[in-house]
Design a protein around this ligand. Structure first.
Ligand code: ADP
Length: 502
């Protein structure tokens, strides 16, 4: 392997946690699925089974929605003062922090994520998202309206109701809390379906929610497959809103199901093919580092990965040299090893899909600068891979590969960079590396994407709205914008001067 991988010594890095929660969490209880069926969750380091987890289906989703509906219509959660909801959410966040190692380890064995990143980033970030929205829970207000007619009016912001959250597998903990936290603050109740590849931490969070004092029925977790349990959520007549993160193809199905059922509110955070544009005045070392981390972080399984890198001709050769050097030195191996920078892809399907894109790139005539092969005898490891000399219509330049595969190109002018960066059906994020403020301003205003990072990448923050343009979806995560996804505005109007009006 790219050094560092040691299957025999896995346990020397960390104690693999005992799996405590494998059942559906409905109405405050862990229960078996109605069918009694279970699904296997697999360790991508080895391809072996970690545990069997309850396989929820439509009937289980019905049960969970019933619990959430009851908790919304008659339970305390939506009726509590916001400050009290916030206090309970703060407690929930404390409990997460008390269990950081175990939660990080669960995401490592389930998703192949780096344990060190989970410990210092994913799990603490999950707790911080909860705290951000806990602080917002008692600041949800409408407005007083000065109407142009003889009326007095005000608006109320009310919780939208029962929410269905369909969660992806690449960043299981953060994705869970991006969705659950603002919905909790708003006073909603919910059914969460984690991805079938990564159900373990979500079930643990259900347990912590109960310990924190979140009332029964407010958070229900149904583990199961997308076309069954996931589809049951998006088509459910008694779910008021669905929040989905995943592929554009599945996002389309979620929207169709919502339209064909009860016209529930939909928000979609979908795929990306994000460009990173490096201008001639950039520091070569920093630019190469940003570009490589932009594509290899979390083994490329990131919706905003900088999968298309455009470098201006004056420094192109230098950047290529540095990128290839750094990619070759990038350490791929067991994600529990603190020296390792890249773990295995999430599962066999994803692993094979990425390798087939690489083969496609080679067949179509792009130049493979480095990588391109699987690593190790078992598990789903892939070399950091860089293609150049690609054409914009090639699949490696157009499709979201969701793996450690960069498409690298040279450009001459700022206009060409903007045109090529925008030549995609996606619009999730983009990066710009330059010291020239005018260039940075011009490019950031010209690119049709929801987030622009100038001289940085992955600069997420709880207070910074995140979401797509174009086929990357709609509806923001993070920030107060996400809170508003889970609120409805009601207008209340009354005549002034006691005059009866019809
Ligand atoms: P990927 O294709 O990258 O595995 P998906 O978009 O399929 O990602 O998965 C994201 C989430 O969507 C997962 O929780 C998955 O179970 C769910 N999902 C998959 N298919 C459907 C579907 N037809 N309806 C609703 N949810 C689905």
């Amino acid at each position: 392997m790219g050094s560092g991988c040691n299957y025999d010594g896995l346990d020397s890095f960390v104690k693999i946690p005992t799996i405590k929660f494998t059942k559906l969490f409905i109405n405050g209880e862990f229960i078996d699925s109605i069918s009694g069926k279970t699904l296997e969750t697999i360790d991508p380091r080895t391809g072996e089974m970690i545990a069997r987890v309850a396989e929820g289906d439509k009937e289980d989703v019905d049960l969970a929605v019933k619990a959430a509906r009851h908790a919304f219509d008659s339970g305390p959660w939506p009726r509590l003062p916001g400050s009290e909801r916030g206090r309970i959410m703060m407690k929930f966040a404390d409990l997460i922090e008390e269990n950081v190692e175990e939660l990080a380890a669960l995401d490592t064995i389930d998703a192949g994520k780096l344990f060190s990143t989970g410990k210092v980033r994913d799990i603490p970030v999950a707790a911080s998202i909860l705290r951000y929205y806990a602080g917002a829970a008692d600041k949800i207000h409408g407005e007083v309206l000065k109407m142009s007619r003889e009326f007095h009016a005000y608006t109320l912001r009310e919780p939208i109701g029962v929410v269905g959250h369909i969660v992806p597998w690449n960043i299981p903990s953060v994705s869970f809390f991006i969705k659950v936290s603002p919905a909790l603050a708003a006073g909603c109740t919910m059914v969460v379906k984690p991805a079938e590849q990564t159900p373990l931490s979500a079930l643990y969070y259900a347990h912590l929610a109960k310990l924190a004092g979140i009332p029964d029925g407010v958070i229900n977790v149904v583990t199961g497959f997308g076309p069954t349990a996931g589809a049951a959520i998006s088509s459910h007549m008694d779910i008021d809103a669905v929040s989905f993160t995943g592929s554009t193809e599945v996002g389309r199905k979620v929207m169709q199901a919502a339209a064909a059922s009860n016209l529930k509110v939909v928000s979609l955070e979908l795929g990306g093919k994000s460009p990173l544009i490096i201008f001639d005045d950039a520091d070569v070392d920093i630019a190469a580092q940003l570009a490589l981390t932009g594509i290899l972080f979390n083994k490329g399984e990131v919706c905003v990965a900088s999968s298309r890198v455009y470098v201006q001709e004056g420094i192109y050769d230098q950047v290529v040299k540095k990128l290839v050097e750094n990619a070759k030195a990038w350490v791929v191996g067991d994600p529990f090893d603190p020296k390792v920078q890249q773990g295995p892809q999430v599962d066999k399907k994803q692993f094979e899909k990425i390798l087939s894109y690489i083969e496609h790139g080679k067949r179509e005539g792009a130049t493979l600068l480095t990588g391109g092969k699987p690593l190790g005898g078992k598990g789903y490891y892939i070399e950091p891979t860089i293609f150049t000399d690609f054409k914009e219509e090639m699949l490696i330049a157009k499709d979201e590969i969701f793996g450690p595969v960069m498409a690298l190109a040279k450009f001459k002018t700022i206009e060409e960079a903007i045109e090529r960066a925008n030549n995609t059906r996606y619009g999730l994020a983009a990066g710009i590396v330059t010291k020239d403020l005018n260039v940075a301003n011009t490019v950031s205003r010209s690119i049709r994407a929801g987030t622009i990072w100038i001289n940085c990448y992955f600069a997420f923050g709880n207070d910074c709205p995140f979401g797509g343009y174009k086929m990357s979806g709609f509806g923001k995560d993070f920030g107060l914008e996400a809170l508003h996804k889970y609120l409805k505005v009601k207008s209340v109007v009354t005549p002034l001067y006691n005059t009866p009006w019809l």
